[in-house]
Design a protein around this ligand. Structure first.
Ligand code: C2O
Length: 577
């Protein structure tokens, strides 16, 4: 404890001078059990430093961060810094069995990386099994000292992180689902900063309240840390201005409602009313759902409260804030794909002199992957039934019909030590081996193949990847997340991607740059990125249930020739499997 205090003081002292380059920041995250009560259910959950959600971490562009993660729970753990590029520092990326073996009980690991060319809202979360349901928190990267935002400086900045609350233990839920082959139980509530809010039973006291002053601008740093749900979010009687997505500045636009997929972040400016409105306003979120499975259709609400003017600040009006009229926003219908399309079309890179959109204009390699659901046979030996889409099948999910099997050794270590044989295959098909009418009537055979396949890329390959949703077991929007890179979303559409027609409409001027893209339900998204970061980089659906079912793969980007184009050597404390 004294040591942590010392570190905190030390970090503050380091903040005083104004160095041209970054500083080094030290954090310690203790993963420990903590009793938490929501909806009148008390449970012991896996937390960060006893906090739920975990603490906010702050750094500046250019800083080096050293984050010591200490595992004091019985589960294996690893932490991912979602959206951090990890240039040459893939050892610190975090996905278990991809870039590292998990940290075992009683062990620790120091995540060591430098934040290069990035600023904005990101987040961190556990990256093993479903532990990220409670192990997550904001990771705020401020611009370099003296560098302003490309918008007026807000009065205050407020992280708002959406999550999902399960009365049961999420680890038990996914364990059961994997055994039965059925869909996992859904959450009992959505949360804002860990709080479900007043629309749930026994929850009014657990409400996120945002106290504001009239006539000011607030920067809301929205993060979707929910396990399995894209979310609509709106504030009653207020519009917001979207200024950033996935830590990339965008061309500002106004909207009443935002759509945010798990893994994504969105910064919005909230301009408060010019005078005290004598009312309070709900800020609500509920899911955007395109799949056919059951889902949590409940609504989380926080409350936007205005500080009463000075003359009204007597005891009477202080208590009466609770009696003010409370406005509720109207959210789009749960399946409003029309809204989703319009919203994503509005997102454009700022593409200014200081923040250019460096879209790869020439493409070295083009790939076409399908993303979607499928089936595996029941894994029971003797004629037993299971609870998948039929009683002889279990749910699966795949990329190009390969359902990814998690290795038992970390891929990056296997690659680096030249011992990949028996751990992974370096052959991932550039397009599906058996093409079909992806969004038409689904094929009779929905079985996936299973394997640990990587796509190998030489250093600096410029890549175009089309991700095509399938209608197998129902079309569904899939938020695809790529580690180690930002990519440009150069196009998207519905139906089957047409390689002759669709590229003509690609936006190569100001496409949105991000790390997680919603592949439209029954449609496709085309992305481009430059493979300038050597390492093994996980790519997966950020709906955790789909990841668990195998909608995941990894890219292996080889070292370049020059010394600064090579993966750094592994740290000495890298966990062993
Ligand atoms: Cu936010 Cu691989 O995850």
């Amino acid at each position: 404890m004294a040591f942590q205090l010392l570190l905190a003081v030390f970090s503050c002292v380091l903040l005083l001078p104004q160095p041209a380059f970054g500083i080094t920041r030290h954090y310690t995250l203790e993963i420990k059990m903590q009793n938490v009560t929501r909806l009148c259910h008390t449970k012991s959950l896996v937390s960060v430093n006893g906090q739920f959600p975990g603490p906010k971490l702050i750094a500046r562009e250019g800083d080096q961060v050293l984050i010591k993660v200490v595992n004091q729970v019985s589960n294996n753990i690893s932490i991912h810094w979602h959206g951090i590029r990890q240039l040459r520092s893939g050892w610190a990326d975090g996905p278990a069995y991809i870039t590292q073996c998990p940290i075992q009980t009683g062990q620790s690991y120091v995540y060591n990386y430098t934040i290069v060319g990035q600023r904005g809202t990101l987040w961190y979360h556990a990256h093993i099994s479903w532990l990220r349901s409670t192990v997550y928190g904001p990771l705020i990267i401020l611009p370099k000292r003296g560098v302003p935002y490309p918008f007026a400086k807000p009065h205050k900045e407020v992280p708002m992180i959406f999550g999902e609350w399960f009365n049961a233990d999420p680890e038990a839920i996914i364990r059961q689902a994997t055994q039965t082959g059925g869909g996992p139980n859904v959450s009992d509530a959505y949360t804002i900063n860990g709080l479900p809010g007043p629309l749930y039973n026994c929850s009014a006291k657990d409400t996120f309240r945002l106290r504001v002053k009239p006539g000011k601008t607030y920067l809301l740093r929205l993060i979707n840390a929910a396990l399995n749900d894209e979310l609509f979010f709106s504030i009653a009687n207020h519009t917001v201005t979207v200024v950033e997505a996935d830590a990339i500045y965008v061309k500002p636009f106004e909207t009443d409602t935002i759509l945010i997929a798990p893994g994504q972040t969105t910064n919005v400016l909230l301009k408060t009313k010019s005078s005290y409105p004598s009312a309070s306003f709900f800020m609500t979120a509920r899911p955007y759902v395109t799949g056919q499975g059951t889902f949590d259709n409940s609504t989380v609400a926080g409350i936007l409260e205005y500080e009463p003017p000075k003359q009204a600040k007597d005891a009477h009006s202080r208590t009466s804030i609770k009696n003010l009229q409370l406005f509720k926003p109207i959210l789009p219908a749960l399946n409003d794909t029309n809204f989703a399309t319009k919203f994503s079309n509005k997102l454009r890179s700022l593409n200014s002199k200081s923040f250019p959109a460096n879209v790869p204009l020439n493409v070295d390699r083009k790939f076409f992957f399908t993303v979607g659901l499928g089936t595996n046979p029941c894994n029971h030996k003797n004629n037993q039934t299971c609870q998948g889409p039929t009683n002889t099948t279990m749910f699966a999910a795949s990329i190009s019909n390969i359902s990814f099997i998690m290795p038992t050794k970390a891929l990056l270590q296997s690659h680096y030590s030249g011992q990949s044989h028996g751990v992974y295959s370096p052959k991932f098909p550039w397009s599906p081996i058996v093409p079909f009418n992806y969004t038409g009537t689904p094929p009779n055979n929905t079985m996936v193949s299973n394997g640990t396949n990587l796509m190998v890329l030489p250093y600096n390959t410029s890549v175009e990847l089309v991700m095509q949703d399938t209608s197998i077991l129902g079309a569904e929007s899939h938020p695809l997340h790529l580690h180690g890179f930002n990519f440009f979303v150069v196009g998207q559409g519905f139906g089957n991607f047409d390689p002759n027609k669709d590229p003509k409409n690609f936006n190569l001027a100001d496409p949105i740059e991000r790390n997680t893209v919603g592949v439209p339900s029954g449609g496709w998204a085309a992305i481009r990125f430059l493979a300038d970061n050597p390492g093994v980089w996980f790519m997966h659906c950020h709906l955790e249930v789909h990841t668990s079912w195998g909608l995941r793969m990894a890219w292996l980007v080889l070292d370049g020739d020059k010394p600064d184009q090579k993966l750094l050597p592994p740290p000495a404390d890298l966990p062993k499997c």
